[in-house]
Design a protein around this ligand. Sequence first.
Ligand code: UDP
Length: 366
Amino acid sequence: MKYDYLIVGAGLYGAVFAYEAKKRGKKCLVIEKRNHVAGNIYCEEIQGIQVHKYGAHIFHTSDKKIWDYVNQFAEFNNYINSPIARYKDELYNLPFNMNTFSKMWGISTPQEAKHIISEQIKELNIVNPQNLEEQALSLVGTDVYEKLIKGYTEKQWGRECRELPAFIIKRLPLRFIYDNNYFNDRYQGIPIGGYTKIIEKMLEGIEVRLNTDYLANKGELNEAIDKIIYTGMIDQYFDYKLGVLEYRSVRFETEELNVENYQGNAVVNYTEREIPYTRIIEHKHFEFGKQPNTVISKEFSSEWKKGDEPYYPVNNEKNDILYAEYKKLADNEGKVIFGGRLGAYKYYDMDRVIDAALNVCKEELA
Ligand code: UDP
């Protein structure tokens, strides 16, 4: 046998597995259908700026083990994500915190903010939030929901807030202190030199074949190799035979501009429904760039269809039930391990992807 493992997909999950396997003397072949490694954390340098080609990624974790792990592959800067939300002509700080509330209501103390929110919640009578709308309303009240959540979420997911799971909004902190840090995690930053370098480092000394589609050669490859790590879409692996899982895709309009500083922040969310994009990313601000020019990307969210790039699994009840059926097929597919955002059909952050990969390594490579 020429290889111990075939790894399908050179994203974060596949690269962590390959790195760990190689460390233990296993021979891996990584195949990747795109013409570059790093999956959706891929960065491309434009005018000296690391451009996050498949959407902005900010590394954050509370898990010291994971933080130490990624720091083997890159040094991280001290970027702290503090997005701005723009609703019509109004600007607010995110996540929802005292800066947001004082701007919205002209108040200054946590007591005043809590009082206003509780007055708004009282009228709604939500006991046990069943969906994103009820969850959001019962946390922050109607004003914040209407201005900062409803339009953005419906654009991002293409679904009514009532049809989305509550957990999506629980990703965002809610605080009654003046603190614009988007994450509650202990560790946060952007890798100096970009994410692609991390993946390249993980894959050093490992055979990688780009522009290679696994599914087109599945039969052959499955026969030749004992064990496969598959990080593509789980439903596509099974030729969608139980039905199609829903994903959201994103289209980026990236522009190089002849200005030094376009929007004064890395992330500006456009929370009103009428503006077709969800946010504008100004990449240089992730790394405190001082270049004379700038690069921005507008993000347009759309429903995934065959042929598009999948970005976000839509983890509502219907899809999670279908996924559970695919998971049963996957568990019976003895030689294949499914992982990553697409293989596990989970709205994973990067630290959770690494954690999941390391856990599989522990079992598989013990
Ligand atoms: N969200 C919102 N308004 C915002 C930003 C986020 O309502 O200005 C909601 C929206 O439902 C979104 C979710 O919070 O899908 C999670 O946002 P996050 O920024 O974590 O999404 P990601 O960066 O993963 O796209």
